[in-house]
Design a protein. Sequence first.
Length: 320
Amino acid sequence: MKWPVRAFNYVISANQGLNLFMKYSAFYCFLFFLTPFISTGQSKNYTLNGLITVEDGETFTYKIVFTDSANVINGYSLTYLQKNNETKAAIVGTIDREKRTLSFRETNIIYTQGYQSKMVMCLIDAKLKYTHSNNGNVLTGSLVSNEADNTACAKGTITFYDDNALRAVFGKEEKMDTTIVVGKHHSDDTKPIIVAVPAAKPLVTDKVTAGKGKAYDWHTDTIVIDIWDGGHIDGDMVTLLYNEKPILNNYVLTAQKKRLSIPISGSDINTLTIVAENEGSEPSNTASMMLMDGNTKYSILAYDKAGERAVINIKKVADK
């Protein structure tokens, strides 16, 4: 169907033509100057890359991609170990540029594929602050997480490090929280001592599995081991071998940490082997571990199929 078209014939005088020209010219000039003000209300897109560290020391790469419209954000998050091994979740939240804060929560899981740690299926609720540290500008803060049925899950921190991306989100840095004052202020003109607040660098978790181990130089005479199930408690059972001798047999992992202390000496390579005795009710077998060399800590996630072994090599070194 064609819309009806009507033809009109106008006979106008020169003065009428000039009046019409002036009228519509003014109207279009008004639209021209109004356009920049209309465009400033448009939404903007951002991508922030960072890390999640949960309370057991496990660390994951974390990304949020979102649209900011009038300080309300909508988008998605990606939690992953590597390509094709990730969980994607929808997010909503708000930005307060005056207070330099960003808060968001994951509302639902969009998909998960090839993921080794069950911990990341929790939905995250984060409250973050944009601050300055010795390592540059960071957006960091605490997170709590819940399963889809609101069962409480892990706590931890999120930190985004990309200076350029953070500046794009928050703009200029005139009000950055950079220092703390140490000591009392006196009535004279003596200036207080100013100490920069360093950013807490998250502990990176090393992943070990069959065919992919890890090696550490050791400086103390003792290996302290904490081992537990940092994900869903699903009956994962492991055996620990030290130099092929069992130090923990057919142990069912729980949320409670089991601590072992092993003396180490000599310059030979010592092996710590994690044997997956089963895969619990949810594959694969996952064991969270913390190895402590004095004040130095190594966070480890071992994941294997039933019967497979992950190996950690430890070499005692002489301190200079």
